[in-house]
Design a protein around this ligand. Structure first.
Ligand code: ACO
Length: 327
């Protein structure tokens, strides 16, 4: 007889990151673009970003982050069930970045696929992985966000090129039978609104003639929607779990912009010391930003076992969502 007090949940058992070696400070950016450290810092909180070398592709960085997450959990690659990569800068149109990661890791018994939800890719990936684990389809999923936005930035547009960076972050989720108030993903909440596609997009793709594509953004419009939509998704996660902001130990938001992060934290009534901020160190790394921030706060001991962590992201689509997790 199954124990009714125990649930099958996706439990986070390891995190890993990879950031390219090359660091580009705001002062470095000002050498090639008409901008300044003051402007970037004041508007975004960004101080530096990492830019990938030619060999540092989404698959390469994703595999490195994934390898570190597996090592942290003590899992051999061939034990892994599935790999999901959130990316909007894949190595190729196909095959997926995830199968390149699979080959690099030697995860011979896994299957892999990519998620295209721009900056929300990690949250969307977590949600799919959660459903796969809860349904009993797999025992473990590596969820990775890996991005090389430096390859799609328009360096003639100072309003966007200073905002983004490259990197990868990964988490390992494993099926566990836990008590109702035990560890694991508690819920995920996903949204999109294609009517807002034109405020943040890439103006090309491999499917379009002679148009590899550059990122285009109406920053003011994105900002206007971001705090409202993200606050909605965060409140949805709290309501679904009968929790209030006081129950949240950490908010780990998508690291796009310090002003958006502060806006959501303030609306939630969460003190800044319970919000994890890493955007100063790596700028907006899109789908990689949440696992990068989460891994940093786990590694330095801020996030501890048993604590409740709220994740949120918004990106091109628009897509947005939240996830609630007990470590
Ligand atoms: N350096 C110096 N000046 C600049 C720069 C720059 N890098 N970029 C723009 N400016 C100038 C503009 O030309 C303009 O000058 P003008 O007044 O002489 O015309 C002035 O600064 C103000 O420009 P705005 O675009 O109105 O600046 P704003 O205050 O809106 O800040 C920003 C721009 C930072 C992009 C802001 O709109 C924002 O934070 N938007 C949110 C977008 C975001 O974070 N997107 C990330 C992707 S989506 C996501 O991940 C959530």
């Amino acid at each position: 007889m199954p124990d009714k007090n125990r649930l099958r949940r996706a439990v986070l058992t390891g995190t890993g990151t990879y950031l390219p070696e090359k660091i580009v400070t705001n002062a470095d950016m000002a050498l090639q673009v008409d901008t300044s450290d003051d402007w970037i810092t004041e508007r975004t909180g960004i101080k530096q970003r990492h830019f990938a070398a030619p060999h540092e592709t989404a698959a390469f960085m994703g595999a490195e982050a994934g390898r570190r997450a597996l090592e942290a959990a003590g899992m051999a690659p061939e034990q892994l069930g599935a790999i999901i990569v959130g990316t909007s800068t894949p190595d190729q149109a196909f095959p997926s970045t995830a199968v390149h990661v699979q080959a690099a890791l030697g995860a011979t018994n896994a299957y892999g696929f990519d998620i295209a939800a721009a900056c929300s890719g990690f949250i969307f990936g977590l949600s799919v992985a959660d459903a796969m684990i809860r349904s009993g389809q797999v025992e473990s999923v590596l969820v990775i966000g890996s991005e090389v936005y430096s390859r799609i930035l328009n360096f003639a547009d100072r309003g966007t090129c200073v905002l983004f960076g490259d990197g990868a972050g990964a988490v390992l989720l494993q099926a566990r039978d836990v008590e109702k108030d035990g560890a694991g993903l508690l819920s995920t909440h996903l949204h999109s609104d294609g009517r807002l596609a034109e405020i943040l997009y890439v103006d090309g793709a491999v499917g379009q003639p002679d148009k590899p594509g550059h990122l285009v953004m109406n920053g003011r419009e994105v900002f206007r929607h971001a705090v409202t939509l993200l606050s909605g998704a965060v409140n949805e996660a709290l309501a679904a779990n009968s929790l209030t902001a006081a129950d949240i130990d950490w908010l780990v938001p998508h690291q796009a912009n310090k002003r958006i992060i502060d806006g959501v934290g303030k609306k939630l009534g969460l003190p800044p010391e319970r919000v994890v901020v890493t955007v100063d160190k790596h700028a907006n790394t899109s789908a990689a930003s949440i696992p990068l921030a989460l891994a940093a706060a786990v590694a330095d001991g801020r996030i501890k076992p048993g604590q409740i962590v709220l994740l949120e992201a918004l990106g091109g689509g628009l897509t947005w969502g939240s996830a609630l997790l007990r470590l």
